[in-house]
Design a protein around this ligand. Structure first.
Ligand code: ADP
Ligand code: ZN
Length: 215
């Protein structure tokens, strides 16, 4: 099963990706996580990506495409993968499609997380992420059992550098301009499943996703 989770920043892609990994045993590939790991390690890639990320801009296609395609060629992605945060532009989507086709593979489903814009800002500014294992929380919606500490590993929860309000608004604009058109792109290929997330908490959203996948 090769999946893409598509949605604006704050739409809950990462939360649902973690649930999908747990349920179906397929690795989640997050280009944002790959860049953050490289920033933490101080690599050349991390140094290059950080400026774009802090401004809420996209990292250039050539860089992202090389990183993402290398990752899905790794052994653990052979039986399936889940892309979170890639593709984000038509160029990235074209490159992904061509690369998979050349290997006799294809995308099976694209899950579009639909969330009203006003709700996105509220969610992101309250988001906290475990610095040790990457687990994701929200100060009021998904609070950890002990304040400031990860339920999974006990690590300290942090706010991402690009989750400040001005950067968030720019990221949403960049999404609307560059990434939102991918919904029509995948709809034309009959791959799109729209996941409405207005009423639902994370578990109800996940149930809707499982239904969309035919489970
Ligand atoms: P979110 O979806 O909440 O914005 P991500 O972790 O997916 O968070 O991405 C954070 C930042 O990393 C983006 O704002 C962008 O700068 C960079 N990035 C991640 N994935 C891509 C991509 N596919 N193309 C371009 N830039 C990317
Ligand atoms: Zn943790």
């Amino acid at each position: 099963m090769n999946l893409i989770v598509l949605g604006a920043p704050g739409s809950g892609k990462g939360t649902q990706a973690a649930k999908l990994t747990k349920r179906f045993g397929i690795p989640a590939v997050s280009t944002g996580d790959i860049f953050r790991a490289n920033i933490a390690k101080g690599t050349a890639l991390g140094k290059e990506a950080k400026g774009y990320m802090d401004r809420g801009e996209l990292v250039p296609d050539a860089i992202v495409i090389a990183i993402a395609l290398d990752r899905i060629d790794e052994a653990d992605c052979r039986a399936g993968f889940l892309l979170d945060g890639f593709p984000r532009t038509t160029e990235q989507a074209d490159a992904l499609g061509a690369h998979l086709a050349a290997a006799g593979r294809a995308i099976d489903k694209v899950l579009l997380m639909e969330v009203p814009t006003e709700e996105l800002v509220r969610r992101i500014t309250g988001r906290r992420v475990c610095g040790a294992c990457g687990a994701s929380y929200h100060v009021t919606d998904i609070p950890p059992a002990r304040e400031g500490l990860c339920d999974v590993c006990g690590g300290a929860l942090q706010r991402r550098d690009d989750d400040a309000e001005e950067t968030v608004r720019n990221r949403i604009e960049v999404y609307n301009e560059n990434t939102a058109p991918l919904a029509a792109y995948y709809e034309k290929k009959n791959l799109l499943a729209r996941i409405g997330t207005e009423t639902a908490g994370p578990d109800a959203v996940f149930a809707e996703i499982v239904k969309a996948l035919g489970g």
